[in-house]
Structure formats: C-alpha cells, structure tokens
Design a protein around this ligand. Structure first.
Ligand SMILES: CC(C)(COP(=O)(O)OP(=O)(O)OC[C@H]1O[C@@H](n2cnc3c(N)ncnc32)[C@H](O)[C@@H]1OP(=O)(O)O)[C@@H](O)C(=O)NCCC(=O)NCCS
Length: 179
C-alpha cells in the first residue's frame, strides 16, 4: 500500500546492501480479500501454535478462527497480508472507530520473523489510519508479547498503560501513536 495514496499494494524489499544468497526474498503487503480467508486462517494457526500450553486454551481458540468466523471478523475490520513467493507470511487488522484505528490480530509466520514483516504490516496499518484521517492508532497486546511491544516501540508507539487480567486473565499493555 502506498503511503497517503490509498492504493492497496506495497512492495518491501531488503536494502540492496544486504542482498546476498542468504538474504530473505522480497515480500508484498496487500489488502486482504475474501479469496485469502483460508490462507489467513492457516497463518493464524501457525502463529499461535507456539503459544499452546503457554496461554489459556480459550484465548488460543479465539485467535484461531475458522473461515466462517474469519468472515465475520472482516466486518468492520480491514486486513492487510504479507506474501512472499505466494505464501502468506503475516497479517494485521485495522479497526476504525470514532477517529482512531485499533490494530488487531498482528501475526507473522514463525519462519519469517525478524525480517521486517511485522514492521511493514504495522506501517501499512498506520498508513491506512492516516488515509482514513484517524488522529491516533493503538494496540492492546498481552504483556507477554514482548516481541510485539518491541516492534511497536521501535515504530514510535508509546506505552499508555496496562489493563490487568483483561483477556482470559492475561494482562494487556496499551500502546498508542498520535498521527
Ligand atoms: C510481534 C511479531 C508480529 C513481530 O514480527 P516480525 O516480523 O518478527 O518483526 P520485525 O522483523 O518487523 O521486527 C522489527 C524490530 O522489532 C524488534 N523485535 C522484533 N522481534 C523481537 C524480539 N523477539 N525480541 C526483541 N526485539 C524484537 C527488533 O528491533 C526488530 O528489528 P531487528 O530484527 O532489525 O532487530 C511476531 O513476533 C509475531 O507474530 N509474534 C507472535 C504473535 C504476536 O505477538 N502478535 C502481536 C499481537 S499484538
């Protein structure tokens, strides 16, 4: 997705200086459509698999939607997905309400982490928020999700408090960025 233009496509490539045989291949972030529902449901199963046994079962179940459940998630939420060589490797949702954008369901395939995918998805969400004249963007992330908090702080989000025992008894950190 191009910043400010409202276009739905964005291509991210590793910097030229980092290109080598081992460098990750480029990926693209695009707005999700109904054709992508099976892929995103499979992605979320891969994302949350590592947390099985570490988070409440009800929470994992709630975040691994069936295709039918995901169809209802799409009502009122705009999703963006990252793909590399055709495979979906990350996704994020943007829920606009009352002039603000909430980031939901950010997740990157375990095999594709630390390659800038989470950053690109969060940037796509931020661009979408700006495009829709939101004045702020915010996230509620479990305090356990240290990687997510690091990515968000890295992108200029600031801590806005903690909600205790908020989701299935888990503490949740609020982070916000004024646009
Ligand atoms: C959080 C998540 C989306 C991050 O995705 P990602 O593609 O790995 O993030 P990026 O590669 O864009 O990371 C950008 C920067 O954030 C920081 N960061 C990312 N992961 C980190 C980690 N595990 N530990 C410390 N810092 C981290 C680093 O500064 C990183 O830059 P670097 O790799 O050059 O050092 C991914 O770890 C994930 O899906 N986690 C499980 C699901 C989850 O927690 N979702 C968030 C719900 S709110």
């Amino acid at each position: 997705m191009a910043a400010e233009s409202g276009s739905d496509r964005r291509v991210d490539r590793p910097p030229a200086a980092e290109k080598s045989d081992a460098a990750p291949r480029p990926f693209a972030v695009e707005r999700l459509t109904h054709h992508d529902i099976n892929d995103i449901c499979a992605l979320y199963r891969r994302v949350w698999e590592e947390f099985r046994g570490k988070l409440p079962d009800d929470l994992i179940k709630a975040w691994e939607p069936t295709p039918l459940e995901f169809t209802s998630w799409m009502e009122g939420v705009t999703y963006f997905a990252a793909r590399r060589d055709g495979k979906m490797i990350g996704a994020v949702g943007c829920e606009l309400a009352d002039g603000s954008c909430r980031i939901v369901h950010l997740g990157v395939d375990p095999d594709s982490r630390r390659q800038g995918v989470g950053t690109a998805l969060t940037n796509a969400a931020t661009e979408w928020a700006r495009h829709n004249t939101c004045l702020s963007i915010w996230v509620d992330a479990l305090t356990k999700f240290e990687a997510a908090v690091e990515v968000l702080r890295h992108l200029g989000f600031q801590d806005a408090g903690v909600l205790h025992k908020h989701y299935w008894s888990e503490d949740v950190r609020l982070l916000e960025k004024i646009l």
